[in-house]
Design a protein around this ligand. Structure first.
Ligand code: MRU
Length: 348
């Protein structure tokens, strides 16, 4: 199956990506050639979604390597490492960014030839590897997850865990894409996902494009739908998963998981292993990004509140592992107890 979305790609000496802030009105591709622009693209959500951020970070290191002009190997490495540290400050929650940048760091440290041109080639190879691994992992998530979808199910998803959030297949949405490919009939409820509407703008756009039947709802409607028996299952993505299964994902995910428990609806997370943080034991340790208050005060650039309204804007929340029925990964579906089973899967 061809990836339904082409989110980002490398061509010549540039990174190209769809500017996700412009969707669904405009499908605009931007070309990125310097590290500051990579940082800004991540920070400003031109590219977003944990795996897509990770791959962008990796290509950011390629861009850094191409822009450093010195012929002195030590100075080259020093500047490269400085850029990697800088890229790490673009967004704090999605583990995939750190997973990718730490892989690039390891490659640089283990490269012993002290040849700048050869190292540049290795850096590009590693970024391409991270990109291809994400494509493969996400497709496999779809293969495993689609077995959960029974005929005529109604499934709810939150935010955008689609092709746009990855290199092309998505995580939660990969499950839908593969289920459709298998000929299954089902319907998706899409949470609009305030404040920046990734559900309404991006998930709806992807489902429209791939002709998967869906209905858009406001975030505050999900509980009512569950009480009416209209939702059979929930599948969301993840930004960082702790070793006990606690999961950071877009703000609003935790409320859905609590509602799902009350209404006995199965709640699944779909994520590749690049989202699991082996250094974090419990969800409380996950850094949660706080974003610009104007994201809450405005919708699509227009104030919907007094301009000075005090705002709290955490971008993510933490869903305790005990509310999650299973985590769909590229190696299969991990079920509780997560503290032992995540480790088992990771070491497979
Ligand atoms: O702030 P965003 O849009 O980067 O948040 C994205 C999410 O929370 C997604 O659900 C998550 O990254 C999973 S992506 C496969």
């Amino acid at each position: 199956m061809k990836p339904p979305i082409k989110t980002l790609w490398w061509e010549g000496e540039s990174l190209f990506l769809i500017d996700q802030r412009k969707l669904p009105e405009k499908e605009e591709v931007i070309e990125i050639k310097n590290v500051k622009e990579v940082w800004k693209a991540i920070k400003e959500l031109k590219v977003r979604g944990a795996p897509a951020i990770g791959c962008t970070g990796a290509y950011g290191v390629v861009i850094s390597s191409l822009n450093i002009k010195t012929k002195n190997y030590e100075k080259f490495i020093e500047k490269l490492k400085k850029d990697i540290e800088y890229l790490k400050t673009s967004r704090p929650t999605a583990y995939n960014l750190f997973f990718a940048l730490e892989r690039m760091e390891k490659l640089i440290e283990n490269f012993k030839e002290k040849n700048i041109e050869k190292l540049k080639k290795e850096i590009l190879k590693e970024a391409e590897k991270i990109y291809l691994e994400d494509l493969e992992s996400c497709y496999k998530i779809g293969l495993y997850g689609s077995d959960l979808i029974k005929e005529n199910m109604n499934i709810l998803t939150h935010c955008n865990a689609g092709g746009l959030a990855t290199t092309g297949y998505g995580t939660a949405l990969s499950v839908f894409f593969v289920a459709k490919e298998k000929g299954k009939n089902f319907h998706v409820f899409v949470d609009e996902t305030r404040p920046v509407l990734q559900g309404a703008r991006l998930t709806a756009w992807e489902l429209e494009k791939t002709k998967i039947p869906y209905t858009l709802i406001c975030d505050n409607m999900a509980g009512y739908l569950m009480s009416q028996g209209k939702i059979d299952m929930i599948i969301v993505g993840a930004d960082r998963i702790a070793m006990n299964g606690d999961t950071a994902n877009k703000i609003g995910t935790y409320s859905l998981a609590v509602l799902a428990k009350y209404h006995k609806v199965d709640f699944y997370v779909a994520a590749p292993f690049s989202t699991f943080d082996p250094f974090i034991k419990i969800g409380k340790e996950i850094p949660v990004e706080e974003r610009n208050p104007d994201e809450v005060r405005k919708i699509k650039g227009k104030y919907i509140s007094p301009k000075s309204a005090p705002v709290y804007n955490p971008a993510f929340d933490i869903t305790p592992g005990k509310l999650i029925k299973g985590i769909i990964t590229e190696k299969g579906i991990i079920t509780p107890p997560y503290s032992t089973n995540i480790k088992k899967f990771l070491s497979q």
